[in-house]
Design a protein around this ligand. Structure first.
Ligand SMILES: C[S@@+](CC[C@H](N)C(=O)[O-])C[C@H]1O[C@@H](n2cnc3c(N)ncnc32)[C@H](O)[C@@H]1O
Length: 263
C-alpha cells in the first residue's frame, strides 16, 4: 500500500523536486540515528567536501553516496598498483561518477554509460511489469526534465582534468544499453574486464542486461555495487538480480537499499 502512495505522491513533483525531497527526508532520518541508536559516523573530510558539491545534482542521498565512496576505497586497496577498468551504468548528471572519479586509484580507465535523455523513448518502451512506478504516462529520464541544459561532454572534460593527474581516463558513452550503442565502443567494452562496477539503471530490463554483461567480464575480487536493490519504487532491480542467478549469499544489503556483491 505504502509503495503505491509513495509512487503517487512522488509523481506530483518533477524529478528534480523528488530528489530534493528524498535528500531532505533521508538527512533527517539518518540525523536521528545518533539519538535513537547512539551510533555516530564521522564522515571523512574529503567525502564531505565532495558531497557538498554533488548534492546539488546527485540522485542519491548522502548515505548511499558514502557507500560508493567506501567501496571505491576498498577497491583501491584490492587492486593497488594494478591497471584496471571501472564501469558505471547510469550516470544521470554525474553524482556517483564524480565520487568514483575523485576517489578512484591511479591507472584506472573509467567507462560510464547513459542515455542522457536521448533515448528516453527506448527506456520508456522497455518498462516492464516489474517497474510499476514507471508504468502509465510517467516518463522518466527525459531531455525536458532531468537532462534540461545538461552537457555530458562538459562533465567528461571536467572529470578528466582530475583523472589525468592520476594517469587515468574517463570515457562517457551516450547509448541505450545494450541495443543502441556504437559498434566499436561496444566491442571495446566487451573485450575487457572490470574491477569495479556500479549499476544504477533503476529498471528491470537494463539491470538484467547489465548483470549478464558483467558476469563474464569481471576481475577476480571485483566489486559489483547495485543501487536501488531494496527501493520499493524501483523493485525491477531486485527482480533483475533474482532472474540473473546472482548468488545473494555472496552479497551484502546496505541499510540504504544498495546491494554489494563480491566475486
Ligand atoms: C538513477 S539515474 C543514475 C543516477 C546516478 N548514478 C547518480 O548518482 O546521480 C538512472 C539513469 O539510468 C539511465 N538509463 C536507464 N536505462 C538505461 C539504458 N538502458 N541505457 C542507458 N541509460 C539508461 C537514465 O537515463 C538515468 O540517467
Amino acid at each position: 500500500m505504502f509503495k503505491h502512495i509513495r509512487s503517487f505522491v512522488g509523481k506530483l513533483f518533477n524529478e528534480n523536486q523528488q530528489m530534493l525531497v528524498v535528500m531532505y527526508l533521508s538527512h533527517f532520518y539518518w540525523f536521528l540515528r545518533k539519538y535513537f541508536l547512539a551510533v555516530e559516523i564521522i564522515y571523512p573530510e574529503e567525502f564531505l567536501t565532495n558531497w557538498s558539491i554533488i548534492k546539488h545534482y546527485s540522485s542519491q542521498d548522502r548515505e548511499r553516496n558514502f557507500t560508493v565512496y567506501q567501496m571505491i576505497k576498498v577497491h583501491n586497496e584490492i587492486f593497488k598498483d594494478k591497471k584496471t577498468n571501472v564501469i558505471e551504468f547510469g550516470v544521470d548528471r554525474g553524482g556517483t561518477l564524480t565520487t568514483i572519479s575523485k576517489f578512484v586509484k591511479d591507472s584506472s580507465e573509467i567507462y560510464a554509460l547513459d542515455s542522457f535523455g536521448f533515448f528516453s523513448d527506448d527506456i520508456k518502451s522497455n518498462v516492464t511489469k516489474y517497474d510499476q512506478h514507471y508504468l502509465g504516462t510517467y516518463r522518466p529520464f527525459t531531455k525536458k526534465t532531468r537532462f534540461k541544459n545538461f552537457n555530458y561532454l562538459a562533465l567528461e572534460k571536467q572529470l578528466n582534468e582530475i583523472l589525468i593527474k592520476k594517469e587515468s581516463n574517463l570515457n562517457i558513452i551516450k547509448c541505450y544499453f545494450p541495443e543502441k550503442i556504437d559498434d566499436e565502443i561496444f566491442k571495446k567494452i566487451s573485450s575487457i574486464k572490470y574491477s569495479f562496477v556500479h549499476v544504477d539503471f533503476d529498471l528491470y530490463k537494463p539491470t538484467l542486461d547489465v548483470i549478464k554483461f558483467v558476469i563474464p567480464r569481471h576481475e577476480k575480487n571485483a566489486i559489483i555495487l547495485l543501487d536501488d536493490y531494496n527501493l520499493i519504487n524501483q523493485e525491477g532491480v531486485k527482480w533483475a538480480v533474482r532472474d540473473s542467478g546472482v548468488n545473494i549469499n555472496k552479497c551484502i544489503q546496505t541499510q540504504s537499499g544498495q546491494l554489494i556483491c563480491y566475486t
